[in-house]
Design a protein around this ligand. Structure first.
Ligand code: SME
Length: 161
């Protein structure tokens, strides 16, 4: 079982990455790899970023680890990804097959979390994680993923994109 200790370890490794990454792009690339490699239940980990200037707004697939997804561009009125970006709130879905918003990426996916990334108070993208396990994203995991999204937002505020 992946317990609190693993979450704490990964949290401090992520914090170190945030300090040593020269750019937000580097941080996102290394972060998705670390989360995917270290967390047993994080089977697809990726960022979707709002395309600058797009009207209507659209989320574009960025750094990710896991199998390729058919959803490389997601409008804000579609999917769990669209719901998180348009509301500016974390969305946790314990059973994706019971959520009519869900856009399937892999048949194996059972649960999902999407956490918005903010820059100066505005949503600029999000961190999306899929799990092959139902209800994988308990409150400890939500805290970890929110911490990751916050670090990326801060990095975007302080370094060139
Ligand atoms: N499941 C997401 C789409 C992205 S894939 O999971 C990578 C959604 O419902 O928005």
């Amino acid at each position: 079982m992946v317990g609190a200790t693993r979450i704490e370890e990964v949290r401090s490794e992520i914090s170190e990455l945030a300090q040593t990454s020269p750019t937000a792009q580097d941080l996102m690339r290394t972060m998705v790899k670390l989360l995917h490699d270290r967390m047993l239940k994080y089977n697809w980990v990726g960022f979707y970023m709002l395309e600058p200037g797009a009207n209507p707004p659209v989320l574009v697939l960025g750094a990710f680890e896991g199998t390729m997804t058919p959803h490389t561009r997601i409008p804000l009125n579609q999917g769990i990804c669209g719901a998180a970006a348009s509301s500016g709130r974390t969305v946790v879905v314990d059973d994706v097959n019971k959520d009519s918003r869900y856009l399937a990426c892999s048949l194996e996916t059972k649960s999902e979390i999407v956490v918005p990334v903010f820059v100066h108070g505005k949503v600029v993208g999000e961190l999306d994680i899929d799990s092959h396990f139902p209800a994988a994203f308990t409150s400890d995991h939500q805290n970890l993923v929110q911490y990751c999204a916050t670090l990326v937002g801060k990095k975007l505020e302080t370094t060139p994109a």
